[in-house]
Design a protein around this ligand. Structure first.
Ligand SMILES: Nc1ncnc2c1ncn2[C@@H]1O[C@H](COP(=O)(O)OP(=O)(O)OP(=O)(O)O)[C@@H](O)[C@H]1O
Ligand SMILES: [Mg+2]
Length: 201
């Protein structure tokens, strides 16, 4: 019963692939035919040229024929990489654009002005009316007016369903992203006034 249903279901894909297989077979046969036809063509041309010119030997014709055949084969092989080359080119543009896009939150270079450090960290963290959406999904708010105050030395757990924004809170705390609205305070000072390098150390 199952085998019958299965064989009925695969009739469509089999017919479709059968057609493709025939096309591939034909094109392969055609390319082989053309390789042999071109060899005959070069040999005939060589023979005609040799008739009028005594300096051309059979050896020359042989060498020239193979140079042409291998060159055309290599050129056609290289051409088959055409679509991949285009894809690689477009991908490299994306990679280099990403690499050369200046980051809004620079965690590598020395900041231009003196920033706060968390050397004397007391430990109070406050999320104050935080609104946040990821730049890649500007229509979806992850945090909408989120408030949370964690007192120094308090140990808390953030629980919630998957996709509710728990990891996002940590991403914001380490300044992988900046809040869209609202503020995050560490020991009463806005997180943006801290040196990011020190914040993540
Ligand atoms: N880098 C990102 N770009 C765009 N959207 C993101 C990104 N990271 C997370 N999101 C989206 O933000 C929302 C909150 O994700 P988050 O990872 O903070 O949830 P979570 O509570 O940590 O989930 P889980 O319990 O599965 O770890 C989800 O809808 C998620 O799809
Ligand atoms: Mg998570």
């Amino acid at each position: 019963m199952i085998a019958k249903e299965f064989s009925e279901l695969i009739v469509g894909p089999v017919n479709k692939n059968l057609c493709n297989a025939h096309l591939i077979g034909l094109s392969f046969g055609y390319s082989q035919l053309m390789a042999n036809v071109s060899l005959i063509f070069y040999l005939v041309i060589g023979a005609v040229l040799q008739k009028d010119d005594d300096t051309i030997s059979g050896f020359h014709i042989f060498i020239c024929s193979f140079v042409f055949i291998f060159a055309s084969q290599t050129a056609s092989n290289a051409q088959s990489y055409g679509p991949d080359i285009t894809k690689a080119f477009l991908a490299s543009i994306k990679i280099f654009t990403l690499m050369f896009t200046p980051t809004k939150i620079n965690a590598i270079d020395e900041p231009p002005q003196k920033l706060l450090t968390v050397d004397h960290f007391q430990g109070e963290i406050e999320f104050k009316d935080v609104w946040f959406r990821y730049p890649s999904r500007p229509k979806q708010w992850v945090l909408k007016g989120f408030n949370l105050k964690i007192k120094a030395n308090d140990c808390i757990a953030i629980v919630g369903e998957s996709g509710q924004g728990k990891s996002t809170l940590i991403n914001l705390l380490l300044r992988f992203y900046d809040v869209t609205f609202g503020e995050i305070l560490i020991d009463g000072a806005d997180i943006r006034s801290y040196d990011v390098r020190n914040l993540r150390a």
